[in-house]
Design a protein around this ligand. Structure first.
Ligand code: K7E
Ligand code: CUA
Length: 632
């Protein structure tokens, strides 16, 4: 147990180590001196008198510390949290409440430890999805069945290059990426509920469609699209072109409405132009109606995608519109649907309010602005809103560096602009983007934990040079009487945007591979062979503790070499890899996994093929020679 991972109350009225540490800045004692002094029993005792201070906000943004976030050695967390990695291009897996980072899942990035982009299959997937070396992941969403997590997939957007990826949650591995046509900057990512039968990519950057150079400096031709993707095939099924741009999105819980914010309704080209008008839009897409138009052929085929016209003057938007344009102030950002499916709540960003839309009222409405039933003032720079399932909303306040907890029904009853519905605010450190409550995106949130993804961490961690980590803070929200309690700071490599928190019992990851799930044939020790044919050498081999099939393999300079390897171990956690120095190859091999890698043997010499995963006492001896004979 360390100071950093416990905040439990000993229950005897004395002060915990964690509490003492949190008091240090106030007391003018730094942590090192405190730790040194900790050996002096008398000084420890003197802190006990400070417990009174802890009964109120201690100025560090924390209330009383009596929440047990400790996950002792050998015990497991209650939740998985999946965090996007931003421009790192990956997804991170944390345990909650420990906030321990358990794994990273490479998605749009090349990554050697997991061999992502290093074996033929994943490299081909990345090449076919546009052949970019990075992506910008923002919104990880786990598939649902009947509005609850089903453990099948996680979907994640690429804001940089207009893509959507799918992670297979049996193997925690990216298994499909689609490069979305007609969309530059896929920002929001979300699925249609209740059963994840469509995945939506929300197009942020407005561009001419098609973007082939025929319109350049003519913003009248700039458009954004909403993209619907089949989650099984990952095919783009249809798109809807709209006025303005699109930003974040969320789906209702009944398979009808998809909501997306628009912060550039005016198609401004500079920040001043984009923020000029007082209102932008929350758009509500009537998805079954759009599907009917697609089925009836009422679309334009652009880059092989059926594109339905959802612009304001479209014939489909005259009566019973397919897209409602709802006026909301001012450059809105996040939108999320309440667990009971009553409201969609859009955060104002440049306006201190959130707009509450009554979803049921949209059906057959004449003026969609009439569906706005509440607009509480929550604070400076509201970005995203999460739910605890007890009627409360939690909104991140970027400008104020706070989280506001407010009462949704009270806000519907209150006057527009009222601050009365706000129950409580807590300081966070600093400038929060998304916040996420446990299972907040389902119909039945757990209501205990809230993770706040802070963009700045300033004085919270040891300095590491001019690139700062982000700060993922854990807040306990399970006690409405005590209020929100900040319990943990977690440094994060740049840069998480959003997360999904899923009960641990809802996922069932594989412990070893099932060879039937893999494309490549399983190789047994008897199958091992070297096949030479016209300048191509195919090496089929196994890896096991502590060798590969062949102690040496000889090829000719210029040969194209394919190595297919199966890790034949059946024991969980015994990984090998196939690393080839100076050939830029490292393929990971989990138990029962088969991978293939192809390269041209263009450098004569001796190369020790080795295993990079420490697999046994003879791990260092697990190597074979690749002998590349010089060409004549
Ligand atoms: Cu607010 Cu991309 Cu959801 Cu960043 S987004 S914070
Ligand atoms: Cu196999 Cu190390």
């Amino acid at each position: 147990m360390t100071q950093e991972t416990t905040a439990s109350d000993p229950g005897d009225g004395s002060t915990t180590d964690n509490e003492r540490e949190m008091l240090l800045p106030q007391l003018g004692v730094d942590r090192r001196n405190f730790m040194k002094a900790g050996a002096v029993a008398g000084l420890m005792g003197s802190f006990a008198g400070c417990t009174d201070i802890l009964d109120t906000d201690n100025g560090n943004g924390t209330g009383p510390i009596d929440v047990d976030t400790e996950v002792p050695p050998g015990e497991l967390d209650d939740y998985y949290a999946f965090l996007s990695g931003g421009h790192s291009g990956d997804v991170r897996v944390y345990g909650v409440p420990s906030m321990r980072q358990i794994m990273r899942i490479p998605v749009f990035n090349y990554e050697s430890a997991r061999g992502h982009g290093h074996d033929d299959e994943s490299r081909q997937m990345l090449e076919e999805a546009g052949d970019y070396t990075w992506g910008d992941t923002h919104h990880p969403r786990v598939s649902q069945t009947d509005n609850d997590y089903d453990g099948r997939w996680l979907f994640i957007n690429d804001k940089a290059n207009g893509r959507m990826a799918r992670i297979n949650l049996k193997y925690f591995e990216t298994d499909a990426i689609v490069d979305i046509p007609n969309q530059q900057g896929t920002h929001g990512a979300c699925a249609r509920m209740p059963d994840t039968d469509l995945v939506f990519g929300v197009g942020e950057y407005e561009v001419p469609i098609p973007n082939d150079g025929r319109h350049l400096d003519d913003p009248d031709h700039y458009e954004s699209v909403l993209t619907a993707i089949d989650p099984e095939s990952m095919n783009v099924e249809w798109q809807v072109r709209v006025d303005g741009n699109l930003d974040n999105g969320d789906s209702d819980k009944e398979g009808r409405w998809f909501f997306a914010t628009c912060y550039n309704s005016e198609i401004g080209l500079t920040d001043a132009e984009m923020t000029a008008p007082d209102t932008d839009w929350l758009m509500a897409f009537d998805t079954p109606q759009i599907e009917e138009l697609v089925a009836a052929g009422e679309y334009e085929m652009i880059n092989d995608v059926p594109v339905v016209d959802g612009r304001q003057d479209s014939p489909h938007n005259q009566s019973d519109p397919i897209v409602h344009y709802i006026d909301v102030p001012k450059s809105p950002h996040g939108v999320s649907v309440t667990p009971d499916n009553q409201y969609a709540i859009a955060s104002g960003k440049l306006d201190p309010t959130c707009s509450i839309i009554d979803i049921a009222m949209l059906d057959g409405i004449d003026d969609p602005n009439d569906a706005v039933v509440g607009r509480p003032e929550v604070g400076g720079g509201p970005l995203h809103t999460a739910y605890d399932g007890r009627g409360h909303a939690y909104t991140s306040l970027f400008v104020d560096s706070q989280v506001a907890k407010w009462d949704i029904e009270a806000a519907v009853q209150a006057e527009e602009g009222s601050t009365d519905p706000v129950i409580e605010k807590i300081d966070v450190h600093y400038n929060p983007g998304h916040l996420i409550a446990s299972e907040s995106y389902t119909a039945d949130p757990a209501g205990d934990w809230l993770i706040v993804l802070n963009k700045l961490s300033m004085d919270r961690f040891l300095p590491v040079g001019p690139v700062y980590p982000e700060n993922d803070q854990l807040i306990y929200i399970g006690d409405d009487d005590e209020g929100m309690q900040l319990v943990k700071d977690t440094p994060a490599y740049p840069e998480p945007h959003d997360a999904t928190i899923v009960g641990a019992d809802k996922l069932d990851p594989a412990r070893i591979y099932d060879p039937d799930d893999l494309e490549l044939d399983y190789i047994t020790p008897e199958d091992a062979e070297i096949i030479r044919e016209d300048g191509h050498v195919h090496i089929k081999m196994i890896s096991q503790r502590n060798n590969f099939s062949f102690p040496e393999i000889t090829v000719q300079e210029g040969d194209e070499v394919t190595i297919t390897t199966t890790n034949i171990e059946t024991t969980e956690d015994i990984l090998h890899s196939l690393a080839i120095p100076q050939y830029d190859i490292n393929v990971k091999l989990a138990p029962q996994e088969t991978r293939e890698v192809t390269f041209t043997a263009d450098k004569p010499g001796v190369y020790w093929i080795y295993c990079a995963y420490f697999c046994s006492a003879l791990h260092l001896e697990m190597r074979s020679r690749l002998l590349v004979e010089p060409a004549e």
